[in-house]
Design a protein around this ligand. Structure first.
Ligand SMILES: Nc1ncnc2c1ncn2[C@@H]1O[C@H](COP(=O)(O)OP(=O)(O)OP(=O)(O)O)[C@@H](O)[C@H]1O
Length: 298
C-alpha cells in the first residue's frame, strides 16, 4: 500500500526573504524497518548555501529526515533542486551551512569511507587498473593485506557475475558492467551507508532496468542504509522503502511517500497496483517540473 504524507500535514513553512517557503519535515522511519531500532541516520535541519560571484546561493533550504538502519530511500526532484548537494552533505563531502547530519548520534563532519561510500554516474573506475584492482583499491586504504583484498574483491565480482572480467580494464567492459564493478567497489569498503548518485543514469533504459533488477538482491539485503538519487520514477519506486520528493528554488522536501512492498522486489512488482499508483502520484507531483510551470504556492 502507498502512503502519501501530504506536505500540508507535516510542514512548517518559513518565509525566506519573501520567496518560497521552506519545507521542514520530520519523516518517520518506514514501518518495515522501524523494528530494527529507530533512526540510525538523522538529517537535522540541513541547509547548504554556496558562495557565488553574485552572492550567497541557497541550494538546499532545510531538510529533516530520519532514516532507519537497513532502509532504502530514493530521492527524486527536478534538475538543480539540490539532490546531489544534500547527498554530498550526508556523506561529509560538503559541510552543511545549517543543521547537521548524525550517524548513530555522532555528527558526520568529514568523509569517511567506512561510514559512507559513494557511487557516481560516471563509474569513476581508474582506467589504468584492472577490474579486480579497482574493487580492491579501497581495501588497500583500510590496510587489508594484498592477498586478502584480492580474495575479497574476487568474491564481490562473483556476486555481480564479473569474475571472468577480473583482469580486464574498465575500457573493455560495457557501461553496465563498469557500474556493477563500481557498486561492489563501494561495498568492498563495507560502509554503513551507501550513497548512490544517479548510478544507472548513463545507461540506456533497458540496461538500467536489467541492472536494477539484477542488483536488487545484492543491494537491498546488505543491512546498510541506501540512499539513491534518480531521475527515474520507476527506479525510485522499485527500490525505495520511501521516496523523498524534492522541490526547487530553494531545494526542499515536498513529500515523502512510503512504499510498503517487501524487498528485494522482483520485476513483477512493477505490475502491481502499488507500483502503478505510486508512479502515477509521483508523475502528477512532478508534472509542474516537466511542464516548466512554477510550482503551486505552498
Ligand atoms: N559548487 C557550487 N557552487 C555554486 N552553486 C552550486 C554548486 N554546486 C551546485 N550548485 C547549484 O546548486 C543547485 C543544486 O545543485 P545540485 O547539483 O545539488 O542539484 P541536483 O538536484 O543534484 O541537480 P541534477 O539533478 O541536475 O544533478 C543548482 O542550482 C546548482 O547550480
Amino acid at each position: 500500500m502507498v502512503h502519501h504524507r501530504a506536505q500540508a500535514d507535516i510542514v512548517e513553512g518559513q518565509p525566506v526573504n519573501g520567496k518560497a517557503q521552506s519545507t521542514a519535515y520530520k519523516a518517520e522511519p518506514s514501518a518495515q524497518n522501524s523494528e530494527q531500532g529507530g533512526a540510525a541516520l538523522t538529517i537535522k535541519g540541513v541547509g547548504v548555501d554556496y558562495s557565488t560571484a553574485e552572492g550567497t546561493f541557497t541550494a538546499v533550504e532545510r531538510v529533516d529526515l530520519d532514516i532507519a538502519a537497513g532502509e532504502f530511500v530514493s530521492i527524486i526532484g527536478p534538475s538543480g533542486c539540490g539532490k546531489s548537494t544534500l547527498l554530498h552533505s550526508i556523506g561529509g563531502l560538503i559541510p552543511p551551512t545549517r543543521g547537521e547530519v548524525e550517524f548513530r548520534g555522532e555528527v558526520i563532519g568529514e568523509p569517511h569511507p567506512d561510514r559512507a561510500a559513494f557511487v557516481f554516474q560516471d563509474y569513476s573506475l581508474l582506467p589504468w587498473k584492472t577490474t579486480l584492482d579497482n574493487v580492491a583499491l579501497g581495501l588497500q586504504f583500510k590496510g587489508v593485506s594484498k592477498g586478502e583484498r584480492r580474495a575479497r574483491a574476487r568474491d564481490l565480482l562473483r556476486t555481480v557475475r564479473l569474475e571472468a572480467f577480473a583482469n580486464s580494464y574498465p575500457a573493455e567492459l560495457s557501461g553496465g558492467m563498469q557500474q556493477r564493478a563500481a557498486v561492489v567497489r563501494a561495498l568492498a569498503m563495507d560502509p554503513d551507508i551507501l550513497l548512490l548518485d544517479e548510478p544507472f543514469g548513463a545507461l540506456d533504459e533497458h540496461s538500467r532496468r536489467q541492472l536494477g533488477v539484477e542488483m536488487a538482491e545484492l543491494l537491498t539485503t546488505t543491512g546498510k542504509i541506501l540512499i539513491l538519487i534518480t531521475h527515474s520514477l520507476d527506479e525510485a519506486v522499485f527500490w525505495g522503502d520511501r521516496v523523498v520528493v524534492m522541490g526547487a528554488s530553494p531545494g526542499h522536501v515536498k513529500e515523502v511517500m512510503e512504499i510498503s512492498a517487501p524487498r528485494p522486489r522482483a520485476v513483477d512488482f512493477m505490475l502491481t497496483d502499488e507500483f502503478v499508483d505510486a508512479r502515477r502520484h509521483l508523475l502528477e507531483l512532478s508534472r509542474h517540473d516537466l511542464d516548466g510551470e512554477p510550482e503551486p504556492a505552498e
